[in-house]
Design a protein around this ligand. Structure first.
Ligand SMILES: C[S@@+](CC[C@H](N)C(=O)[O-])C[C@H]1O[C@@H](n2cnc3c(N)ncnc32)[C@H](O)[C@@H]1O
Length: 205
């Protein structure tokens, strides 16, 4: 029997070749601007991007910053490698699972992820790992879609989640703000411009 991790990898490997096209309209209308706002908050010399996917954040990478980016789906990472070459982006791309990072404690000034903890099979484990590799005083920046706070909408999302996660690999019932708050950060800030279902989170270690 497949583990949750194998299932999620399989789903992203399957949609990798047309992932950008699949999300193009939502990306242009709602997401691009939010990515830019999040990446403007990046600080420090060494940045880790978790769940790089096809490399949609490449246009927002700050200059003069060492960036390492990882993903556990070979096919998503292959798309990112292709884009890296085509767009001449300076980034070290690694095949790795956020639930088990190979980096030493306190390695990065900023750890950043966009729409990743909706699909990490054990999100709390992954968040604990990024807490571990973030330097004291460093920050974790997340842009994540989460379960609605409106009871009726939340029920509907919970009902639809098995179908959505099977097709797209992403869960629509995650309580990522609560999960981050449980990780032991000094401060967890949710940007007031966040909507009910898309949260911009800044956690300071
Ligand atoms: C919805 S995509 C988002 C990709 C990209 N961050 C973006 O904003 O377009 C989620 C990505 O997270 C990756 N992912 C999910 N679980 C992961 C894990 N445990 N370790 C590393 N990457 C993971 C998936 O392979 C996929 O590429």
């Amino acid at each position: 029997m497949q583990t949750d991790s194998e299932k999620t990898k399989y789903r992203y490997n399957r949609i990798a070749p047309f992932f950008d096209e699949l999300e193009a309209i939502i990306e242009g209308l709602f997401v691009k601007q939010r990515r830019q706002t999040l990446w403007r908050k990046v600080k420090g010399e060494h940045v880790l991007e978790v769940g790089v996917g096809t490399g949609k954040n490449f246009p927002f990478y700050p200059e003069n910053t060492r960036i390492t980016a990882l993903d556990f789906s070979e096919k998503m990472l292959a798309q990112a490698k292709y884009k890296k070459k085509r767009q001449n982006v300076t980034v070290d791309l690694e095949l790795m699972d956020v639930e088990s990072l190979c980096y030493a404690d306190n390695s990065f000034d900023t750890v950043i992820a966009t729409f990743v903890f909706c699909s990490v099979p054990k999100p709390y484990k992954g968040l604990q790992e990024i807490y571990r590799v973030c330097k004291p005083g460093g920050q974790v920046l997340l842009l994540e879609h989460v379960l609605s706070s409106r009871p009726l909408m939340a029920k509907l999302m919970q009902l639809l989640n098995p179908v959505v996660s099977t097709i797209f690999g992403a869960n629509i019932d995650r309580t990522t703000v609560k999960n981050v708050q449980a990780c032991g950060f000094e401060k967890v800030l949710v940007d007031p411009s966040s909507s009910d279902m898309v949260k911009m989170i800044q956690a300071i270690k």
